[in-house]
Write a protein that binds this ligand. Structure first.
Ligand SMILES: [Zn+2]
Length: 466
């Protein structure tokens, strides 16, 4: 049973069965549930062995998340293996009450800033500062924090959440009762300055726009390594053996609809066009073309000519390329005269199966080198589970920055990966096995054979000369 990439059963524990991701009905929190991998492991029967974890000493379950789609990159969200059948993935915002600002290390400016005399600006120990409500929205209002000098609350002029900088309000205030201005009293070395604020401790779940549709989880089983070869002493299910689950799916597909997807796929294999798709990043390392910690919320858009992020704001820009098959081309190629010169207008509707999950601003590369943007995606669902995606693709002018995204996988200009484990294996096969059920192997005398072009093109025709 070592057929290509299949390892021998028994070299790793099977993933937990029946993993489900669902909304916690609170913010963008997601609840994940699964069956105890030590007690129940179900799966395809192969080579006389069903799935069983009985020989393993199970430690727990690791939860991995991808914000970009089912093909990753995935990064682990739990710190230690989860030893229950439940995990809540949430945006991790905590409150810090009355953090003391040190006179020597806590201040950026103590009224001595060059060209900005009188500016009192401090930095909190934890960053970034976020608002109390919402999904870790960066703090930008003076009311998002509470600064006290010797126990008395003082007004704040400005908060830069991402840089965790707070500027005190030093303008004098008119007191109508005494008819005098109350001047700002700067703190001294002996004053006790404290700040109360909320900050993002770790995880932030994407939930704006259509981003949650591209969030996927994979669950792996962690067991004690009996071979003693692992540096951690633990052994874990390879990530690609765990089925991706989406918090957007209300149910699991049953065999009938899995078969429907398979038949649609068959249609695509006959008449569809083989193209590559790039999926726009949602998270990762911020590109420095947009990086301005203090003013990011108000600063410019990512540079359109930046070849580090290709205008996305995230280093690397896009995940991929992945192979997909889209419905056949049909549309007129119209060359039009515009104020900026002549351009080719060419757009038409295509469809694909349920994966990879696509959305606006992803793009396609055809084998003739043309690149096409992806328009709004129409998702056909059955009982809340995605079956098919259709969308319009439109030709991109050759001057577009997306023509600069390299076709080679992980060339030098791609950004670093998040997390420690992001295995790279042929995604198409993984996907076929995990999402659409096991590959069925027929004995040779029952294999489908034929001489029609369709059968031959699928590689199951008679060998040459027979
Ligand atoms: Zn950039």
């Amino acid at each position: 049973m070592s057929e290509g990439w299949d390892p021998t059963p028994g070299t790793f524990p099977w993933p937990p069965a029946n993993g489900m991701a669902m909304s916690a009905f609170h913010s963008s929190d997601t609840d994940l549930r699964w069956d105890d991998p030590a007690l129940l492991a179900t799966g395809p029967y192969c080579e006389g062995k069903g799935r069983s974890n009985s020989q393993w000493d199970i430690v727990g379950v690791n939860v991995y998340r991808s914000d970009t789609g089912e093909r990753g990159p995935y990064f682990r969200v739990n710190r230690v293996p989860v030893m229950t059948n439940f995990f809540r993935d949430r945006t991790d915002v905590v409150e810090t009450v009355d953090e003391v600002i040190d006179w020597n290390t806590g201040w950026i400016f103590r009224g001595t800033a060059p060209n900005q005399l009188g500016v009192w600006r401090l930095r909190t120990r934890n960053r970034p500062i976020v608002k109390r409500t919402g999904n870790a929205v960066m703090a930008d209002s003076p009311f998002d924090v509470e600064v006290k000098i010797d126990g008395r609350r003082v007004p704040v002029a400005e908060v830069a959440g991402l840089a965790s900088e707070i500027t005190l309000d030093t303008t004098s205030v008119w007191d109508p009762s005494t008819e005098r201005f109350i001047e700002f009293t700067p703190p001294t070395e002996n004053s006790v300055v404290t700040v109360t604020y909320y900050w993002l401790r770790g995880n932030r779940l994407e939930n704006t726009l259509d981003r949650r549709a591209k969030v996927f989880y994979r669950l792996t089983t962690v067991a004690v390594d009996p071979f003693g070869t692992s540096p951690t002493g633990l052994i874990e299910t390879p990530l690609e053996y765990s089925e991706p689950v989406s918090p957007m799916d209300s149910e699991k597909l049953d065999y009938i609809w899995r078969e429907a997807i398979r038949r649609n796929r068959w249609i695509l294999e006959q008449g569809g066009e083989r193209v590559k798709v790039f999926i726009r990043r949602m998270t990762g390392v911020r590109c420095d073309c947009v990086w301005d910690e203090r003013l990011e919320e108000y600063s410019k858009q990512p540079l359109n000519a930046c070849i580090k992020c290709y205008g996305t704001g995230w280093v690397g820009g896009y995940e991929g390329p992945y192979d997909i098959i889209v419905g056949p081309a049909e549309g007129e190629r119209r060359v039009t005269q515009t104020p900026n010169g002549r351009r080719l207008e060419y757009a038409y509707e295509v469809w694909i199966g349920p994966t990879p999950r696509l959305s606006q601003r992803d793009f396609i590369v055809k084998q003739n080198g043309e690149r096409y943007s992806i328009g709004p995606v129409n998702r056909t669902e059955i009982r809340g589970v995605l079956l098919q995606q259709s969308f319009q693709i439109a030709y991109l002018d050759t001057g577009d920055i997306r023509y600069r995204v390299p076709m080679g996988i992980w060339s030098g200009c791609r950004g670093p990966r998040l997390g420690s484990r992001t295995p790279r294996t042929p995604p198409a096969r993984i996907h076929l096995r995990t999402r659409w059920g096991p590959t069925i192997r027929r004995p040779p005398w029952r294999r489908r054979r034929g001489r029609s072009p369709m059968v031959v093109s699928r590689g199951v025709g008679p060998p040459c000369g027979s």
